[in-house]
Design a binder for this molecule. Structure first.
Ligand SMILES: *[C@@H]1O[C@H](CO)[C@@H](O)[C@H](O)[C@H]1NC(C)=O
Ligand SMILES: *[C@@H]1O[C@H](CO)[C@@H](O)[C@H](O)[C@H]1NC(C)=O
Ligand SMILES: *[C@@H]1O[C@H](CO)[C@@H](O)[C@H](O)[C@H]1NC(C)=O
Ligand SMILES: *[C@@H]1O[C@H](CO)[C@@H](O)[C@H](O)[C@H]1NC(C)=O
Ligand SMILES: *[C@@H]1O[C@H](CO)[C@@H](O)[C@H](O)[C@H]1NC(C)=O
Ligand SMILES: *[C@@H]1O[C@H](CO)[C@@H](O)[C@H](O)[C@H]1NC(C)=O
Ligand SMILES: *[C@@H]1O[C@H](CO)[C@@H](O)[C@H](O)[C@H]1NC(C)=O
Ligand SMILES: *[C@@H]1O[C@H](CO)[C@@H](O)[C@H](O)[C@H]1NC(C)=O
Ligand SMILES: *[C@@H]1O[C@H](CO)[C@@H](O)[C@H](O)[C@H]1NC(C)=O
Ligand SMILES: *[C@@H]1O[C@H](CO)[C@@H](O)[C@H](O)[C@H]1NC(C)=O
Ligand SMILES: *[C@@H]1O[C@H](CO)[C@@H](O)[C@H](O)[C@H]1NC(C)=O
Ligand SMILES: *[C@@H]1O[C@H](CO)[C@@H](O)[C@H](O)[C@H]1NC(C)=O
Ligand SMILES: [Cu+2]
Length: 336
């Protein structure tokens, strides 16, 4: 019934398909003490052309601002942002902190757009479910009000849209090289974002069961469907579609949390180091003891609410507890 998974980004399969209709509860407002101005996050297709243009221009702005963080090889603020992901890859994938860290990373990216590029619009997401039957028809590939289309030619560089001539400086994996944004659209891979797989994810009754499913299916879907830079486990944030994809994944995690908020605002677990198989398959670095000393899990090998989330200072360190509620102390947004 469900197809096998590609190697990259995957490490778990569901034993069985259990179909359940997601039912999102109204959230209680009692936990949100310091969230007063709730900003909206919207589907790309819900933005006006002017709003789309403002977002695309803000991304280009980050790509043109000079690097300031001192990260090796980084030349632009876009590189700085990408480096935070590259350097964290081996502690934020194949681990329980995968979803919380990427939630903080989405916050970091939007914060940079707002504070450094004067962006005042919303964070959009790519509603992949709606494109799961016809990838190439997606509005995100529009050449004027989107991210441009497929790669073309030997290096699969994109050749149209606002990012056609962008030079990335980091990647592949840990290398430092100049290269284009590449893509190689895969209409089969986007099917992992379809309702069949979402039903399995949403049937999971706890975070322990849910996070590997989120990672395997809706997560792999967008990465493998775009492919090229997006399929590079460390460097995928080089393609701006990454942020629409991961905001969508964040939305799905939130909808899952919202099915049982009293429990799921604090439901956290999962290994805090990737499996040796994952590290070997991805070709990423082993996790060092110095990081384990700092991870906040109190010497244990499982992710706790006290687990440290770091984007290397692009925003201050946070804990998993800080990002469990999208309308908690640090975060203040809703999905519409
Ligand atoms: C928050 O909840 C309280 C009771 O639980 C309710 O009286 C109040 O109207 C709610 N406020 C908002 C803004 O929804
Ligand atoms: C992170 O970057 C530093 C250089 O700033 C490097 O020494 C270290 O090996 C990197 N770690 C990982 C896990 O990529
Ligand atoms: C943002 O706005 C400020 C104040 O108007 C301006 O000085 C700055 O150049 C703007 N930044 C960008 C990247 O446009
Ligand atoms: C996908 O959408 C495109 C553009 O709207 C259309 O030309 C094509 O026939 C569609 N393909 C399928 C399989 O529905
Ligand atoms: C690549 O670009 C050439 C020239 O613009 C075009 O003729 C060709 O159809 C493109 N191929 C793909 C796969 O998009
Ligand atoms: C990219 O470069 C080509 C060739 O110089 C040019 O025709 C095109 O307008 C450029 N596109 C963008 C978005 O800058
Ligand atoms: C989702 O995609 C799988 C193939 O990966 C297919 O078997 C299944 O029928 C699709 N589900 C829906 C609802 O289209
Ligand atoms: C989590 O839920 C799954 C079913 O989704 C169940 O099999 C498993 O025992 C539960 N694990 C814990 C730790 O509660
Ligand atoms: C964590 O440590 C416990 C106790 O040593 C062990 O039983 C368990 O398998 C470990 N879990 C992982 C994911 O390494
Ligand atoms: C990671 O550690 C394992 C053994 O613990 C070793 O076999 C492997 O070569 C190491 N990988 C890297 C990339 O250092
Ligand atoms: C929480 O993490 C910090 C380091 O980030 C550590 O010093 C502290 O002991 C941890 N607290 C608990 C209760 O594990
Ligand atoms: C943030 O956390 C990282 C570990 O993830 C640690 O190396 C770093 O020192 C922390 N930064 C601050 C300012 O505490
Ligand atoms: Cu990632």
């Amino acid at each position: 019934m469900v197809s096998s998974l590609p190697t990259l980004f995957t490490f778990a399969t569901a034993a069985s398909l259990v179909i359940a209709a997601p039912q999102v509860q109204q959230r209680s407002n009692t936990t949100s003490t310091s969230c007063s101005t709730v900003t909206q996050r919207k589907s790309w297709t819900a933005l006006t052309n002017d709003e789309k243009k403002a977002y695309l221009d803000a991304e280009l702005c980050l790509m043109n601002l000079p690097a300031t963080a001192g990260f090796p090889g980084a030349q632009t603020r876009w590189d700085d942002l990408q480096f935070a992901h590259i350097n964290s890859t081996n502690v934020v994938h194949d681990v329980g902190g995968f979803l919380p860290w990427h939630r903080l990373f989405m916050y970091t990216h939007l914060n940079m757009l707002q504070t450094e590029c004067n962006y005042t619009g919303v964070q959009p997401y790519w509603e992949e479910l709606l494109d799961s039957d016809n990838l190439t028809a997606s509005a995100i590939f529009d050449t004027e009000y989107g991210f441009g289309g497929d790669g073309n030619g030997t290096n699969e560089c994109i050749i149209d849209g606002p990012f056609a001539n962008v030079t990335l400086h980091l990647g592949p994996i840990y290398e430092v090289t100049d290269h284009c944004i590449s893509r190689s659209l895969n209409s089969n891979a986007i099917k992992w974002a379809n309702q069949t797989y979402l039903d399995v994810v949403f049937a999971a009754q706890n975070y322990s069961a849910a996070w590997p499913l989120f990672s395997s299916w809706p997560h792999t879907a967008g990465h493998a469907a775009i492919s090229g830079v997006m399929l590079d486990v460390t460097c995928s944030p080089g393609d701006p579609i990454f942020f629409l994809h991961h905001t969508n994944l964040d939305r799905l995690w939130w909808e899952w949390q919202a099915q049982d908020l009293p429990t799921r605002l604090t439901d956290m677990t999962g290994q805090n180091v990737p499996t040796a198989e994952y590290i070997a398959e991805m070709g990423i670095y082993n996790v060092t003891d110095s990081w384990l000393d700092y991870d906040g899990d109190n010497g244990g090998n499982m992710t706790t609410l006290n687990h440290t989330l770091s984007v290397l200072g692009l925003v201050p360190n946070a804990t998993v507890a800080d990002v469990m509620d999208i309308q908690g102390g640090l975060l203040c947004y809703e999905y519409v």
